[in-house]
Design a protein around this ligand. Structure first.
Ligand code: FMN
Length: 236
């Protein structure tokens, strides 16, 4: 395996610590992330398994002036009342919500808005907060993950594992991330800016950078159901 650690990288956590401390960060500092660090993270992440080792993931990375130009266009689209550019290519969530997923989904929304002092029903404030997605929450680097459209469901599993590796590898180096399906709504704008061909489907975006330790939204703590709730052991 050829993944030499670039000299600019800082903290290195164990895999357990990196998984334990990974969380979705929604406020980043402007501190840049060098290209070599991003390359290292992607090279490490590509050790992810994939069915028959087909490695179906494709990644588009954006920073600097092009990232700001993309954010400006996305935010304009988000606030456009005609929503002319909006429309997902694939459905992330079920159309009809049901428990326990509905309650969990509501809780994360209320908890996030709670950290920011946004009252329930304050749609304008919620829309403004949602718009922060399109600025990568201030992160200096944005990543977009795509698949060849001809791939089947199995490749989405592979891509998910790859994306998790990206997030854990970043955390292991002292960096933070936020996976962002919010970009999918504006896949046409993203594809135009990144040169993503029609033959690929945008699965998700992701912000990458250094967490702002003073931002209230970064104090959000998410819960998890206990192992006993989602696991059945047999033969122990
Ligand atoms: C594929 C994927 C897409 C997501 N999209 C968004 C998004 O668009 N905006 C956002 O703020 N969080 C997004 N999230 C973050 C989830 O809300 C977060 O993972 C969940 O609440 C658990 O919190 P944690 O990541 O801090 O552990 C996404 C997560 C995943 C896995």
């Amino acid at each position: 395996m050829d993944c030499p650690l670039p000299p600019s990288t800082r903290a290195q956590l164990s895999a357990v610590e990196a998984i334990r401390t990974r969380r979705s960060v929604r406020a980043f500092t402007a501190e840049p992330v060098p290209r070599e660090t991003v390359e290292f993270i992607l090279s490490l992440a590509s050790r992810a398994p994939s069915g028959s080792n087909i490695q179906p993931w494709k990644v588009y990375v954006i920073a600097g002036a092009p990232r700001h130009a993309l954010s400006a266009e996305l935010q304009a689209a988000h606030f456009d009342p005609t929503d002319a550019e909006g429309g997902e290519e694939y459905q992330y969530y079920p159309t009809q919500w049901f428990e326990p997923y509905l309650a969990r989904r509501r809780k994360i929304g209320w908890d996030l808005y709670g950290t920011l002092g946004i009252a329930k029903g304050d749609k304008e404030a919620m829309a403004r907060q949602h718009a922060r997605n399109y600025d990568f929450f201030g992160a200096p680097v944005g990543l977009f993950f795509t698949l060849d459209r001809r791939m089947e469901l199995g490749s989405w599993l592979d891509l998910g594992m790859f994306m998790e590796n990206v997030m854990v590898a970043a955390r292991g180096l002292g960096l933070d991330t936020c996976p962002q399906a919010a970009f999918n709504k504006y896949h046409r704008i993203v594809s135009r800016h990144l040169g993503i061909p029609d033959t690929e489907i945008l699965a998700s975006g992701m912000a990458l950078g250094h967490a702002d330790p003073d931002a209230p939204e970064n104090r959000l703590e998410t819960e998890r159901a206990p192992v006993s709730e989602f696991t059945r052991f047999t033969g122990f």
